[in-house]
Design a protein around this ligand. Sequence first.
Ligand SMILES: [Fe+2]
Length: 240
Amino acid sequence: MMDDSTMKIDYAPYDDATQTLRQIDKYTPSATRVPSAPLIERPLTLSERTGPTELVSKWNVGKLDLCRLAPDSPRALGQLIHVTGRVTDEDGAPVSSVVMEIWQANASGKYIHELDDHRAPLDPNFTGQGRLVTDEDGRYEVFTVKPGAYPVLYSGWWWRPPHIHFSILGTSWMNRFITQIFFPGEVLNEKDLLLNGVPSRDVRDRLIFKPTDTVMGDLSYIGYQRDFVLRGHRQTPELP
Ligand SMILES: [Fe+2]
């Protein structure tokens, strides 16, 4: 039997060139989200090296719809959008059967969360969050609404541009990836402290949706696309 205590740490450190700054000026929470002292290395055990299994058989693989509580329910307010893409490793190989969770504000810029103090209305027909499993080609597909911008009340000046939060949980508990994806052409993108915490414009572009095909039908959607690269020099930056 393998002795877990002898397992070496083999997860390479992040390349800072592909990441957001560890300390972001004027964004006070960044000080609490980054270790203030060097990390202590310790051997990884099975608790870190394993994770949920057989998710494809346990959960439906397929499209996620946040726009309606049920297929025959009224649709949510706002601009309907269709978001697609792939999750890949640094070589472009699909990362299949991993859990993707998304959460976002509604079209008024309001989250379904007790700590959201923004004086904007909730939408009873918008679910605000959901979960799916990537298919064999690493693809995901979500029907939702374009989120509204919202003010960061404590800042006294800052509005977050429209964005969607993504979490991808890989094959082990060590493999959680979290970020936010933004919309092209939004003026608020230019001043967002988190998006602009990624110093390189080229790297920031990996956090912006690309317009893609519309979906026409019973309900019609504007299309956006974003792939996620989990490692390597083309890695998608992580954002809190
Ligand atoms: Fe947000």
